[in-house]
Design a protein around this ligand. Structure first.
Ligand code: AP5
Length: 238
């Protein structure tokens, strides 16, 4: 499975040269947009969820610790996630920026990221918040299917593949994430409200949050995101 920190496929003429952070509830569309943006700029897509799932698949000590926690829809402790992220951004493919999807997720993680970026000589992260009506999330989460080979994201209700259960890009088999079962959705949303929503407030207080209406189509959200990244769109009022 091609997952964690998916490396860039091509070099972009337009440099990113910074960290972009996608923040938002489970199923808001962060992964879909992060893949697209990373592809566009030729930088890695760093999904902490994918990195943890890869560790679980490989039965590493980190994976063994994370597995039962993720199965219950709870957040993995900061101590484990921070070390994993610090190691990943030291890899050479991160030299020209990267797109974080699902990290940071707590105020402590955000503060650590700020220090880490400073240490590596990066400017401050650009933070994009996926704002969405919670009533849309259940269908997005339970309908999601991911390609076992390339990690491409589909939705059986809204974004189905051309051939059932097969990836349009590489023909890989599509699978459902274990935590996308309906009974795990509520605890995931609760963890978001309790631990990650305060981070949204934190960045907003600092005047660093760029809101995107994530209930729009994939193309419209992508357009809004690119305008924010290029600086051609102003920070929306809170
Ligand atoms: P993670 O893998 O990060 O999952 P998540 O944050 O819960 O987010 P999702 O992947 O569910 O949703 P998404 O916003 O990426 O949506 P997507 O683009 O796929 O985390 C999993 C677990 O790992 C956590 O619960 C935790 O245990 C652990 N973890 C990870 N990071 C951690 C951290 N930093 N600290 C501690 N623990 C951590 O889209 C969803 C569906 O909607 C898809 O089917 C897609 O096709 C569809 N869709 C997308 N956009 C649209 C649109 N605009 N219109 C219609 N459909 C759309």
């Amino acid at each position: 499975m091609k997952t964690s920190g998916t490396g860039p496929d091509t070099k972009s003429a337009e440099p990113l040269d910074r960290a972009v952070v996608f923040l938002g509830p489970p199923g808001a569309g962060k992964g879909t947009q992060a893949k697209e943006l990373a592809r566009k700029y030729g930088v890695p897509h760093l999904s902490t969820g994918d990195m943890l799932r890869e560790n679980i698949a490989k039965c590493t000590p980190l994976g063994e610790r994370a597995k039962p926690i993720m199965a219950h829809g709870e957040l993995v402790p900061d101590s484990l996630v921070l070390k994993m992220v610090a190691q990943r951004i030291e890899e050479p493919d991160c030299a020209h920026g990267f797109v974080f999807d699902g990290f940071p997720r707590t105020v402590a993680q955000a503060q650590y990221l700020g220090e880490l970026l400073k240490q590596h000589g990066y400017k401050r992260a650009l933070v994009i918040h996926f704002a969405i009506d919670p009533s849309l999330l259940l269908k997005r989460i339970t309908g999601r299917r991911m390609c076992k080979v390339g990690g491409e994201i589909y939705n059986i209700f809204e974004r189905p593949p051309k051939v059932q259960d097969r990836c349009d890009n590489d023909g890989g088999e599509l699978e459902q994430r274990p935590d996308d079962r309906e009974e795990i959705v509520a605890p995931r949303l609760q963890a978001y409200e309790k631990q990650t929503a305060p981070l949204v407030a934190y960045y907003r207080r600092l005047g660093r949050l760029h809101d995107v209406d994530a209930s729009q189509s994939v193309a419209d959200v992508a357009q809004h995101v690119i305008e924010i990244v290029r600086g051609t769109r102003r920070v929306d009022p809170a």
